[in-house]
Structure formats: structure tokens, C-alpha cells
Design a protein around this ligand. Sequence first.
Ligand SMILES: *[C@@H]1O[C@H](CO)[C@@H](O)[C@H](O)[C@H]1NC(C)=O
Ligand SMILES: *[C@@H]1O[C@H](CO)[C@@H](O)[C@H](O)[C@H]1NC(C)=O
Ligand SMILES: *[C@@H]1O[C@H](CO)[C@@H](O)[C@H](O)[C@H]1NC(C)=O
Ligand SMILES: *[C@@H]1O[C@H](CO)[C@@H](O)[C@H](O)[C@H]1NC(C)=O
Ligand SMILES: *[C@@H]1O[C@H](CO)[C@@H](O)[C@H](O)[C@H]1NC(C)=O
Length: 339
Amino acid sequence: MAFRVLALPICGSLLVVVIVLAIVVPLLFTSAASQCKHPPTIFIFGDSNSNTGGLVVGLGFPINLLNGQTFFHRSTGRLSDGRLVIDFLCDLKTNFLNPYLDLLEGSNFTNGENFAIVGSSTLPKFDPFSLNIQVMQFVRYKARTLELVLAGSTNMISEERFKNALYMIDIGQNYLSAAFAANLSDLQLTKRLKFWIHNTGPLGCLPQKLVLIEEKDLDPHGCILRYNNAAKLFIEGLLETCHKLRSELTDATIVYVDIYSIKYDLIANSSKYGNFSNPLMMCCGYGGPPYNYDRNITCSEPGHEDGIHYTKAANTIVVSKVLSKTYSSPGTAFDFFCQ
Ligand SMILES: *[C@@H]1O[C@H](CO)[C@@H](O)[C@H](O)[C@H]1NC(C)=O
Ligand SMILES: *[C@@H]1O[C@H](CO)[C@@H](O)[C@H](O)[C@H]1NC(C)=O
Ligand SMILES: *[C@@H]1O[C@H](CO)[C@@H](O)[C@H](O)[C@H]1NC(C)=O
Ligand SMILES: *[C@@H]1O[C@H](CO)[C@@H](O)[C@H](O)[C@H]1NC(C)=O
Ligand SMILES: *[C@@H]1O[C@H](CO)[C@@H](O)[C@H](O)[C@H]1NC(C)=O
């Protein structure tokens, strides 16, 4: 099983931006939080972008301390030196989401569950934790939870809250599959359902891809055209699926967030975001410019990434843009999902 590991290389030199955002983002969060009487119940499905430790608990796959060290000060099984976008969103309104499979973290079933696991994709359907499996886990989890609620359990999510929960899917990066339509009907959608859908990032801008691909046809920002075109095709398919979903679930709220544009802007306009001289270069890599990436050597320096995954600094910028509504259609505020 291939565990694709991903990150946008935003180097320590982005310090200026990090500091500014560290101030701006919490303010933004605080003012938003004051309007939120009850935190949303969140279920998330997806891959390493949202994995909060599922791979470690699911398969015992070790993830070392460089991950997690800037915020958690220990490895939590996340593939980032700090919080992920989902963590920022949860921190804003609720508690961090534990991996569904985790027995040891004193599983708190009250605010939702995280079904996302590193390496997951939509196809093939029966890889250990493909979206399909995550949905099946969810279906079983929901059925069992409702049984326990009926039997008198009070610390579980009620049927009403399942109906009002926020369902998030962040997947597609591992395999650009136009067949995204991972039978959402398996979720037994009813009207009133809420979806927060992220499209996929510019695959052709990842150092790991830039190094591995021999014949490169590069766009003006130095990213592999063919890979980015594939990402765009995937996005077209996803958009079509969203349109279809909207026409089938006329009362559902389906917010689509253009992560591709957010991440591509970060690369194309890197200078706008601070001292960020080479956005295609890995932070702690080897071999120097242009990509500072050597597939035979893994990073030993703390805090930075693996040529595929975004660092905390990048995730901080991404999340502020996700929350800005500028990249969302419709432009629904995250607050909307408070109950
Ligand atoms: C679970 O989360 C709820 C809601 O945030 C909180 O009130 C409760 O204390 C938590 N329970 C445990 C065991 O952590
Ligand atoms: C998707 O769901 C529909 C309706 O529940 C069902 O008829 C169909 O067979 C499912 N398709 C797959 C590929 O599971
Ligand atoms: C770069 O920034 C400019 C000005 O904000 C914007 O018009 C342009 O679309 C951005 N480029 C990309 C690729 O996002
Ligand atoms: C910007 O980053 C480069 C490379 O990391 C470094 O040499 C330079 O001193 C930095 N400039 C500023 C103003 O921080
Ligand atoms: C990496 O290792 C492979 C196989 O051991 C070798 O063929 C290749 O030349 C190495 N690449 C570099 C950049 O050292």
C-alpha cells in the first residue's frame, strides 16, 4: 500500500507571515466563536490532509516526532509539524476530532468523528481505508450509536444531531479519480444534510513530483502542466458531481471550497505572503535548488516537510483563506454550521 505523503514546501523564512497570521487568525476565530451557541457535530472523511492519527491506530504505521512538534509537542499521527486545516476549524468551534478507530484517546463521541486516514482515495474501493470503507465504517458507527442511544446511553450522538451534523470530505489527492462519486447515497442522505467539499490542490507544484518526473512541461510558475491539468479535470468532475448533488438534494447545503486556487495563489504569488523565495523548494530537503529534494534521503531536520505535505505555516494561510468565503461557493460562513 502506498502512503502518499504530501506537503507544500513553505520554508521557515515565511516567518513574517506566520507571525502576522498567528495574530490575525485567532482574532478572527474569537469573533466568530462568540456567535456560536452550540458547536457543530462534525464527521470528516478523507486522506492525509485530514488524518488525525487514523493510520497509526489503524495499521500501526509509525509516524515520527518531527510531525506534531510545533503544536502538540508529540507525534499524534498527523502528517504536519502542527495543526491541520481540520484542526484549525475544530479548534474554532469544537474539540479536536479523534480518529474513529482510536480506543486510547478516551474517545469523546460527543462532537463527531474523524474517519480520514493517510493514503486514502476514492478508488480502488477496497483499499484498507478508501472513502468507500470510511463511509461503511460511518454507516456501521451510526447504526450502533443509535442502538446505544435507544438503550439509554447519554454520551452518544443522537439521531437529530446526525441529521444536523456537518459532513466534510477532503479527498482526491492520492488518485486523481474522475470517479469521485463515491456513492454518497451510502450516507443515506436526507434533505437538510450539509456538506463542506474541498477540491484538490495543484499536484504539479509538489517538489516530490517535480523531482520524480523526467520530462517536464512546466507552466509559468514552474509547476508540471500535465499534472495540474489532471487536477483540473478532476475538479471539473467534482464540480459536476456537486451540481448533480445539489439538484438531487435541493434542501441540502453544499459548500464547495476551491483549495486549488488557494494553493496555486500561494505558489504563484508567493512574494505576497512574505519571504518565501522559492515556493517549489522543500524546506528541510537535500540537494539544493531547484527543489531541494532527494527521494533517497528523508528529512532529519524538525518542523518541515516531505515534498508533498504542507507545513503548518502553509496550512495557516490556507485556513484563513478557506474561512474568508472568497473561495467558497456559495459563500457560506463556517458559522452557518453552528446549531
Ligand atoms: C466530551 O466533549 C464534550 C463537549 O465538548 C465535553 O463537554 C465533555 O466534557 C467531553 N468528555 C470527555 C470525557 O472528554
Ligand atoms: C450506489 O447507490 C445506489 C443507490 O443506493 C445503488 O443502486 C448502487 O448500486 C450503488 N453503486 C455502487 C457502485 O455501490
Ligand atoms: C496573484 O495575485 C493577483 C493579485 O491579487 C491575482 O489577480 C492573481 O489571480 C493571483 N494569481 C494566481 C495564480 O492566483
Ligand atoms: C529570505 O530568505 C532567504 C533564504 O532563506 C534568506 O537568505 C534571506 O536572508 C531572507 N530575507 C529576509 C529579509 O528575511
Ligand atoms: C536513489 O537510489 C536509487 C536506487 O538505490 C538509485 O538508482 C538512484 O540513483 C538514487 N538517486 C539519487 C539522486 O541518489
